[in-house]
Design a protein around this ligand. Structure first.
Ligand code: ADP
Ligand code: SF4
Length: 678
């Protein structure tokens, strides 16, 4: 494959203190959900990024000591020497591919939980800790505590050097670091030399940075990860004031600046609320202040944008956490001029939700993530299968498309039959809703892959019947026919259908497929018993079309599940700005009345149109008809028609079915497990 010259700048090495990064692709620190208890999974995931061409691969937040205990939130640990061998292995696996390895050392301060160690949580001041689930306060550190913390940080730096890391981070970002807690006037209420004015509040950060530089002694590089602004916090840091002052005060100290926004919901905004490069408005001043290299993030997936950022000198390194999860091979694809093959992050934050659950990360675009070690899955290398078959896939949603791509990549013949006159199933429909355009990438990536293969065909306007499947006579048939939104009020909090006399009960399908039209300014109710994003995007669409919308939910919060994707505050803001009326804690009853779940009062509301966003019914009739007459070995259910769930789950399901077909029915659910052997 001819090498691209257009993007050569992205592949020029750059010096970071005493080390040389081979290119400008920097896999930013993020937790993988494996934590220190499942190191093999975490190591294989990070090594995959190095294999895919990321010139620097950073390890996510690593607790430096027992009083920075995040359990049961799976972070990395480097508490003592017993942790070093695990990290050495990680370093070796990353370096094997020619990448630099970095480690983000951190102390959670008022964000620590200390549930396993039982040690007092520490911070600048005696205040409630910054975790609502912990009914405790932090101890205001005295000068002895501060000295101890600095010594613990130095010890962790020494252990990082011993493990072989090339770059060692000082972490002061996301409001997740004790150093941020000392810096912020919101959490630092001290009156000694570590509190009060700017010089005092930044003192500890400066001392820890200097300690780290001294310990590194020019043998490894020292990075500072710093949030220049906290746009979502009252009295938060601003990039025009103290955020900038901090960069000026420490400008030439670190070997590398890694700059971003705080808190995490602002740093990891979804595509619904922020475009690619959204952080640059805040961070691009940094290069004008320091001569040291700067890495920044912003869900970068476009090679041209990356190139222009480096050429214009806005950044020296392109940071990517989500883009490197969605496509660990993004740099190599740019290098090899295979840009159309990039599996672009869609900015949905399902990966982030897994972090909240404390489980290994999953991704809508990359079904192989976290399965590198457990199942030996590789994002680019197809499974080996000797006997090539012919496979029919019914339905071209995310499940059908992923199943087809995986089979086609393994050299099998695939035929997709799609009932509608367009490809993509739910992603094609949902991408028409406000803010969800980027979700088309799930379809686009896969359709392009199939278009490049002689062994893959897609037939539109081909609604398959049982006879059609029988006549087609494929070796296997995968039914990926999706699910239909219900109208009968069965949802998360109600399992019994309600017989409705409302004339206009609409579902998200009715709205997306435009089976509904009514004059502007109609009053509409949206009853959300799904609690994910759907009711909020439907509400946004109808509000923007000029309707008066009342959002009703039986739960006490709006779009409750979206707290896991960090979107809930942004959803509230957006809907409020569009003039929505919220009615929380109201549950529908059999008479189609809304009753307050706390005091049973009836909601007086007058609207003949109601959109119900609740459960979905799997479209599995075809499958059921088939298995009444035929053996089950050669037919598979996949995606939402197996179990209605997220797009990520549908993609993974399509991938699993393909692997099952390729392994001739062997279970793909088997995973290696990381166990302590006695
Ligand atoms: P998933 O999320 O599981 O991939 P989707 O709902 O996104 O499911 O996609 C299902 C697709 O299957 C839709 O595009 C739908 O038009 C198509 N489909 C449903 N029934 C049939 C059928 N009998 N023949 C062909 N295509 C079908
Ligand atoms: Fe991007 Fe969504 Fe994958 Fe996260 S889960 S990396 S946001 S595509």
């Amino acid at each position: 494959m001819a090498k691209s010259t257009r993007y050569d700048t992205l592949f020029t090495p750059i010096k970071i203190g005493p080390v040389l990064a081979p290119n400008r692709f920097f896999a930013s620190p993020h937790s993988t959900g494996h934590g220190w208890t499942e190191p093999k999974g975490a190591i294989a995931l990070r090594a995959m990024k190095a294999e895919g061409g990321w010139g620097t691969v950073a390890v996510g937040l690593t607790e430096i000591s027992p009083n920075s205990d995040y359990a049961n939130h799976p972070m990395e640990r480097l508490w003592d020497d017993s942790d070093v061998p695990r990290h050495s292995l990680q370093v070796n696996e990353i370096k094997k591919h020619g990448a630099l390895s970095a480690i983000e050392l951190g102390h959670g301060g008022m964000q620590s939980r200390n549930l396993t160690t039982g040690l007092p949580i520490i911070g600048p001041s005696n205040l409630s800790v910054l975790r609502p689930e912990i009914p405790s306060q932090s101890r205001a550190m005295d000068l002895t505590d501060i000295k101890l913390f600095r010594n613990e940080h130095k010890a962790a730096v020494k252990r990082s050097i011993k493990a072989g890391y090339d770059i060692i981070y000082v972490y002061a970002s996301h409001g997740l670091s004790i150093l941020s807690h000392f810096f912020s006037i919101n959490t630092n209420k001290r009156s000694d030399q570590y509190g009060g004015n700017f010089e005092n509040r930044i003192r500890l950060l400066k001392e820890v940075l200097q300690d780290t530089l001294e310990t590194a002694n020019g043998n490894v590089a020292v990075a500072l990860r710093f949030s220049v602004a906290e746009p979502d916090k009252p009295n938060g840091i601003s990039h025009q004031e103290e955020g900038r002052d901090a960069i000026e005060a420490l400008a030439e100290l670190p070997d590398l600046w890694d700059v971003n926004l705080s808190g995490w919901p602002k740093d990891s905004q979804t595509s619904r609320f922020a475009d690619e490069a959204f952080q640059l408005d805040y961070t691009n001043f940094v290069k004008t202040i320091t001569s040291k290299p700067v890495v920044g993030v912003g869900r970068f997936t476009s090679p041209d944008l990356m190139l222009s950022l480096i050429k214009k000198g806005q950044l020296d390194l392109i940071g990517g956490a989500r883009p490197s999860i969605a496509d660990p091979f993004l740099p190599n694809k740019i290098k090899n001029n295979q840009i159309e093959n990039i599996r672009e992050c869609i900015g949905c934050n399902v990966c982030v939700s897994m972090d909240a659950y404390g489980v290994p990360v999953k991704c809508t675009q990359n079904p192989t993530i976290s399965e590198e070690w457990r199942k030996g899955w590789h994002p680019e290398t197809p499974p080996i299968s000797s006997n090539k078959g012919s496979h029919l896939i019914v339905g071209s949603g995310p499940a059908g498309l992923e199943c087809a791509v995986t089979l086609a990549n393994a050299g099998h013949k695939v035929t997709i039959a799609e009932a509608r006159d367009y490809i993509g199933g739910r992603v094609a429909d949902e991408a028409t809703l406000p803010g969800l355009k980027a979700w088309e990438r799930v379809k686009d990536y896969r359709v392009y892959q199939l278009s490049q293969k002689k062994n893959a065909e897609i037939f539109l306007s081909s609604k398959m019947t049982l006879t059609d499947i029988e006549e087609f006579g494929a070796d296997t048939t995968t039914i990926a026919t999706g699910a239909t939104w219900r109208h009968d009020f069965v949802g998360s909090t109600n399992f019994d259908p309600i017989c409705t006399k409302y004339k206009n009960i609409l579902s998200p399908d009715d709205i997306m497929l435009k089976k509904f039209s009514c004059p502007e300014s109609t009053k509409l109710i949206i009853y959300d018993d799904d609690h994910n994003y759907m009711a909020s995007v439907i509400a946004e669409k109808l509000l923007k079309e000029g309707h008066e919308v009342t959002y009703i939910t039986p739960l006490p919060t709006v779009a409750t599940w979206t707290q896991y994707t960090l979107e809930q505050p942004a959803i509230l803001e957006r809907l409020k700005s569009c003039g929505i009326i919220f009615k929380l804690n109201f549950k529908i009853n059999k008479n189609l009345e809304f009753l307050d779940t706390i005091n049973n009062e009836k909601l007086k509301i007058n609207s003949k149109d109601l959109v119900f966003v609740g459960g979905r019914t799997p479209n599995d009739k075809l499958y059921k008809k088939y298995i009444k007459l035929h053996a089950q070995e050669n037919i598979f259910l996949s995606g939402d028609c197996l179990v209605p769930s997220t797009i990520q789950a549908a993609v993974l399901s399509g991938h699993q079915v393909a692997r099952k077909i390729l392994s001739r029915g062997k279970s793909v659910l088997y995973s290696m497990r990381e166990q302590t052997i006695f």
